[in-house]
Unconditional design. Structure first.
Lengths: 208, 694
């Protein structure tokens, strides 16, 4: 493989670390396939939500339960965390100091945790209004979809912590680099899912 | 449900959840059958453990098999699981047939609830723990060998898939001993399986066993697809792959995209049951049609997941035993891909009668019939492959021939069912049962057993006994026709599927015939066991160490039997399709390579067994509401994954000298072997070296 020719979609390590790039081909392709499978899980839950959004069974509906303000802030926080993760990736690719990569990962982690805190606050609010999953089909579909994204963010956060420890232990060995690339795909994927949630769950719910 | 014994620790377990206790209290034939089945599981496990202890083989089992990341061993372990589960599900099939044959205006031998458990476990096992592990095992074993690779792309993930499948199967077995299984059928339709109607542990066993199987298959699919896309040896273009690799690739793609709907369906059903969600309930806005759609969005592609690998197997078998190149390779590739794509467009035909408009039904009916076209292409391809070939009727070929006849019949009744007005008449009758068995038995089971017979000498180094193979084949074929042709008649006459008691005396002769068929099918399995026994006994006479007993075409035949751990001492470089077949005729396939290199192979790992056992424990704990144990299992899984990510020393190197020694041994054996002409390939003269005419 000549340098500069990408082995996989996304950020490649070809021109800075040939050894890590060598192993990245199937590793990243496999992760893309996993993400496709995971995307399908979300697609099916979106479809379920679409079918059930009117099944409020006389309980709370989207218009009273969704809040544009907090949701918009959550969106900004999560999108920003994608930018900071991107900074970590670029720093890793170009051989920046470990401290430098760690800093960006730490910022990403804090933004992720902030997002989770805001989201949990929203859910607590909904529960306080009697909008809990066993109340109606609509709320079941909502709590089947949106918290699953939150669970993904939580797993991503745990993964971030593990990667920070590994950076400390191993430095940037090829395995750490490949796993940082994978985590990057995962983190950006969660952004895309969130954008879909914001624009097909929250916005239409508020317009009505 | 009985009173819990110790709820804080054992959840909702009560003494009456043990079939032995029930049989003691009410010694009816129904309870005795339940206790007998439980005893078989306990005694079976005990005997295996005892044998391992007596022969001091625990350590061997652990280090040679359970922790191995060798794709060949993982493949074989998948197939062992499949055979064990096949035996159980076939016994259940026999019980069901016996029940219907004895319950004509009479009570029969098993109670209605028990009968419902039987058809639920039979279906769930045959699909998730017989067909899936069997085909995954065959793919695992063969694909790296056929594409000229030393292993799969993700060896550890491969082992984890095996262990998750194993833990799902273990949950199925445990459900025989502790508690009861679901009565909701293999498709587990709510609202019947909802907590309101089914508060017991049965549906929960079903949910977690199937979920584990589903996740395992997703992982297997990712692994197989990446292996085929990324690990092919130099010169192995996609269009030079063996047909089996193509069908495996399509199967893998289907697994990646079709298992998530199943995982979502079971997960949402679990949310309904455990946390009171309303996805599929009758009340509060739930809608069970969501479940029907989700389940069959998995369920239909699943049909092709289990059938496509068999199509690949038949392609290999027919072409090898006709001594002819596969006719219409490109059209077969296109047909396989066509089937894979179309399989996602027909799921609604599983519930034509559940309230869609006629135009929607018509669209899905037409799409369903369209799948018949690429399937028909394949049948013609195999027929044309045999045409003017030198066809040899070895056992795998007999399965292939039986398949072609029988599968076409099943396809014709499929066209009947694809036609919505006719489906309204026969849906939910034994006509449907006959139809899908008519597809799956020849389309999957015959194929997998043909693969077992065909590649067994490759995996173990000796041929299987031919006589017992033919007896087994004859039993599978005759048994199938006797067991299922009557069900077409009964279904057309109006016998609903899953009927525990029959009140129509005119059904009697047909039910007796079906019962006889079931017994013959059981004899087929017994013949396979005898065959294995006899073959192991006579193994020294039937060695094929040279590795090519059938004058094979793919690269898997170009190495010793059994192949070395690293498959190829020197990675092959291919220049055309059927490289080995052609090599034998034009070049020198058994020439030693110019030089030997050290080979890095994955080290054994206990990660997969730990994850498998932890997930079985977590699943069991969730079934019984033993929350502390469920959390412990989940934490163990996460901790294991994290701990593994810190392991850097994952490979061991096989020195060049060892590779050279093994290769020299094999090449020497090839040198000494007498080439066998095709007409004597079923005799001990076959030492695995094919006589070829240059």
């Amino acid at each position: 493989m000549s340098e500069g020719r990408p082995r996989h979609a996304g950020l490649n390590l070809g021109d800075t670390d040939a050894q890590a790039d060598e192993g990245a081909g199937s590793a990243m392709f496999g992760f893309w396939m996993f993400l496709m499978s995971d995307a399908l899980v979300f697609a099916l839950l979106f479809a379920t939500y679409g079918v059930m959004q009117h099944a409020t069974a006389g309980g709370p509906g989207p218009a009273t339960e969704y809040k544009i303000g907090p949701t918009f802030i959550e969106t900004l926080v999560l999108l920003t965390s994608s930018v900071t993760y991107g900074m970590a990736s670029v720093a890793m690719k170009h051989g920046a100091a470990i401290r430098h990569i760690m800093l960006w990962l730490a910022v990403t982690l804090s933004l992720g945790l902030l997002f989770l805190a805001l989201e949990l606050h929203d859910f607590a609010d909904m529960f306080a209004h009697g909008a809990y999953p066993s109340r109606s089909g609509f709320l079941s579909a909502f709590f089947g979809l949106v918290p699953l994204h939150g669970l993904h963010v939580l797993i991503g956060g745990l993964w971030l912590v593990v990667m920070m420890v590994q950076l400390r232990v191993f430095g940037t060995d090829p395995q750490v680099k490949i796993n940082l690339l994978r985590l990057g795909l995962f983190w950006h994927f969660l952004d895309i899912v969130w954008i879909a949630i914001f624009s097909t769950v929250y916005l239409p719910g508020l317009i009505r | 449900m009985s009173a819990p014994v110790w709820p804080a620790v054992l959840g909702r377990f009560g003494w009456q959840d043990l079939p032995f206790v029930l049989a003691w209290q009410h010694p009816t034939i129904n309870e005795l059958i339940g206790a007998g089945a439980a005893a078989m599981v306990v005694i079976g496990a005990g005997v295996v453990a005892l044998l391992l202890t007596v022969t001091h083989r625990w350590r061997w089992l652990w280090s040679e098999w359970l922790t191995s990341l060798d794709h060949k061993k993982i493949g074989i372990m998948y197939i062992v699981i499949a055979f064990v589960m096949l035996a159980r599900a076939l016994i259940e099939a026999n019980l069901m047939r016996l029940q219907q044959a004895t319950a004509i205006n009479a009570p029969g031998i098993v109670a209605p609830e028990h009968f419902a458990e039987l058809f639920s476990t039979h279906g769930s096992i045959m699909i998730f723990f017989m067909a899936m592990p069997f085909l995954t095992g065959v793919i695992n074993y063969l694909v790296p060998l056929q594409i000229g690779a030393r292993d799969v792309a993700f060896p550890l993930l491969n082992a984890i898939g095996l262990w998750l499948t194993g833990s799902g199967a273990a949950l199925m077995m445990i459900s025989l001993v502790i508690g009861r299984f679901s009565t909701g059928g293999w498709s587990g339709y709510p609202p019947y399986t909802e907590i309101a109607f089914n508060p017991g542990v049965g549906p929960d066993y079903w949910i977690w066993a199937v979920t584990l199987g589903s996740i395992a298959s997703t992982l297997a699919g990712i692994n197989i697809a990446v292996t085929i896309y990324k690990m092919r040896c130099p010169g192995m273009h996609l269009m030079r792959m063996q047909m089996f690799c193509w069908t495996s690739l399509c199967t893998a793609i289907l697994m990646v995209f079709a298992m998530p709907p199943l995982t979502v369906a079971t997960a949402l059903l679990a949310l309904d049951r455990y946390l009171g969600f309303h996805f599929f309930t009758n009340a509060a806005g739930g809608n069970m049609m969501n479940y029907a759609n989700l389940f069959w969005m998995f369920g239909h592609p699943e049909v092709y997941i289990v059938i496509l690998p068999a199509f690949g197997i038949y392609s290999e078998v027919v072409s090898t035993f006709s001594s002819k190149e596969l006719y219409g390779y490109v059209s077969l590739v296109i047909a396989t891909m066509g089937i894979a794509v179309l399989s996602f467009t027909v799921w609604l035909h599983h519930f034509f009668t559940m309230g869609q408009s006629p135009s929607i039904n018509a669209a899905f009916g037409i799409a369903t019939m369209a799948i018949g076209v690429p399937t028909g292409v394949k049948i013609y391809n195999w027929i044309w492959t045999m045409f003017r070939g030198e066809v040899r009727f070895a056992t795998p070929m007999l399965y292939a021939l039986a398949f072609m006849m029988t599968f076409v019949l099943g396809g014709l009744t499929g066209i009947i069912l694809a036609f919505p007005p006719l489906d309204y008449v026969v849906h939910n009758t034994t006509f449907l049962v006959a139809h899908f068995h008519n597809m799956l038995i020849p389309g999957t089971l015959y194929g997998l057993i043909a693969a077992y017979t065909f590649w067994f000498p490759k995996a173990f180094g000796f041929r299987l006994n031919e006589t017992w193979g033919r007896i087994a084949c004859g039993c599978w074929v005759i048994g199938f026709y006797l067991a299922f042709m009557p069900l077409y008649v009964l279904g057309a006459a109006g016998l609903a599927r899953r009927t525990q008691a029959i009140d129509e005396a005119a059904y009697r002769p047909w039910l007796y015939a079906a019962e006889l068929g079931a017994v013959i099918l059981f004899c087929a399995l017994a013949a396979l066991i005898v065959q294995l026994w006899v073959s192991v006994r006579d193994r020294h006479a039937n060695r094929v160490f040279a590795g090519d007993p059938w004058d094979g075409r793919g690269l898997e035949w170009s190495v010793s039997a059994p192949p070395p751990e690293y498959n190829f001492a020197h990675l092959p470089h291919v220049e055309q399709r059927h490289a080995f077949y052609d090599d034998k005729r034009r070049h020198a396939p058994y020439a030693p390579p110019p030089h030997y290199d050290a080979i890095a192979m994955p080290r054994n790992s206990a990660v997969a067994p730990v994850i498998g056992i932890a997930s079985a424990i977590a699943g069991f704990a969730l079934v019984w509401y033993i929350w502390w144990l469920a959390i412990a299992g989940l934490v163990a899984i996460i901790a294991t994954v994290i701990a593994r990510s810190f392991v850097r020393d994952t490979e061991r190197t096989i020195p060049a000298a060892e590779v050279e020694r093994e290769q020299a041994l094999w090449l020497h054996a090839v040198d000494k072997a007498h080439p066998v002409p095709r007409e004597r390939e079923l005799t001990p003269a076959n030492q695995g070296l094919a006589e070829v005419h240059r």
